[in-house]
Design a protein around this ligand. Structure first.
Ligand code: DGL
Length: 255
C-alpha cells in the first residue's frame, strides 16, 4: 500500500524529500492542490473542503496513511479529518517545542501563514511550551506565492523579508521556526538576514511520527505526482525536479 502526502502546493515536497530518505522501501503519492494554493489566504471552511476531497482521493488509491504536509491545512482540518476517517492521518507541528528546548535562552521567531499564526493549534502549542514568553509569531503569506513561482532569492524576496521582519531585533533571537512547508525553499535568504539564527522545521518529527503509525513494507520506491487530481507526467515533472534540487541545496543551511 502507498503513503499519501499532500500540500496546498509544492511546500510539502520538503516533507516528501525527508520521507524518501527515511523510508526508501515505500511507495508515495504526492498531491499538490495547485488549483487552490495558497491555502493561507482562504477561509477555514474552504480548506476543510479541499482537504476532505484530497483525503478521499488518496483513500480511493489505496493509501495506508496520509501526511498533511501543510501546517495551514493541519491547523484548519486535521482534527475533523481524524474523526471522519479511520486511517492514520499525520499532521505538521511547527518545531516550536524543539526551538524552545534547544535554543530557549534566546527568543524564538515562528513564521507561518496567517491561518496557522492565528489558529487555535498554534496558540495552544505556544501556551504549552513557551513558559518564559520567548516566542514571537509572524505571518509571511507572500513567501508561498514566491515559492510557487520558483522565485527563491530575488531582490524582491529579500526586500519582502526585510520589511516583514523589520520590527524584530534579530540580535535577540536564537532560532527561527519555519512553520510553513513552503518556507523551506528560502533558507538561504533567511540565513542571509539572520546569519546567527538556527533554522528549524517540523519535517523530521512528522516523518518519525508517520513511521510509528504504519507497517513498513519492502517495496521498490516510487512516487506518483498529482496537481489537484491530475497526474503529473512527462515534461511537467521537470518543475518538481527543480524543487527537489532546491531542497537538496537548502538542507544544511542554518542548522
Ligand atoms: N505549505 C503550507 C503550509 O505549510 C501552506 C501554504 C499556503 O498554501 O498558504 O502552511
Amino acid at each position: 500500500m502507498k503513503i499519501g502526502i499532500f500540500d496546498s502546493g509544492i511546500g510539502g515536497l520538503s516533507v516528501l524529500y525527508e520521507a524518501m530518505h527515511l523510508l526508501p522501501h515505500e511507495q508515495f503519492i504526492y498531491y499538490a492542490d495547485e488549483k487552490h494554493v495558497p491555502y493561507g489566504e482562504k477561509t477555514k471552511e474552504e480548506i476543510i473542503g479541499y482537504v476532505d476531497e484530497i483525503i478521499q482521493f488518496m483513500i480511493e488509491r489505496d493509501c495506508k496513511a496520509i501526511v498533511i504536509a501543510c501546517n495551514t491545512a493541519t491547523s484548519a482540518a486535521v482534527s475533523i479529518m481524524r474523526k471522519k476517517y479511520h486511517i492514520p492521518i499525520i499532521g505538521m507541528e511547527p518545531a516550536v517545542k524543539k526551538a524552545v528546548d534547544l535554543y530557549g535562552k534566546q527568543k524564538v521567531l515562528v513564521c507561518a501563514t496567517p491561518i496557522t499564526v492565528k489558529g487555535k493549534k498554534m496558540l495552544d502549542l505556544v501556551e504549552r511550551v513557551d513558559k518564559d514568553h520567548l516566542v514571537d509569531l509572524v505571518a509571511l503569506p507572500k513567501l508561498v506565492r514566491f515559492a510557487e513561482k520558483q522565485e527563491f532569492n530575488s531582490d524582491e524576496v529579500l526586500a519582502y523579508l526585510k520589511e516583514a521582519l523589520s520590527k524584530f531585533d534579530f540580535k535577540e533571537y536564537g532560532s527561527l521556526v519555519l512553520g510553513c512547508t513552503h518556507f523551506n525553499y528560502f533558507k538561504d535568504s533567511f540565513h542571509k538576514l539572520l546569519p546567527q539564527v538556527h533554522l528549524l522545521d517540523g519535517n523530521l518529527g512528522t516523518i518519525n511520527y508517520l513511521i510509528k503509525n504504519i507497517e513498513l513494507e519492502d517495496l521498490e520506491s516510487s512516487v506518483e505526482y498529482y496537481y489537484s487530481g491530475q497526474r503529473v507526467l512527462g515534461k511537467e515533472l521537470q518543475r518538481i525536479e527543480c524543487y527537489l534540487k532546491r531542497l537538496e541545496k537548502m538542507k544544511d543551511i542554518g542548522k
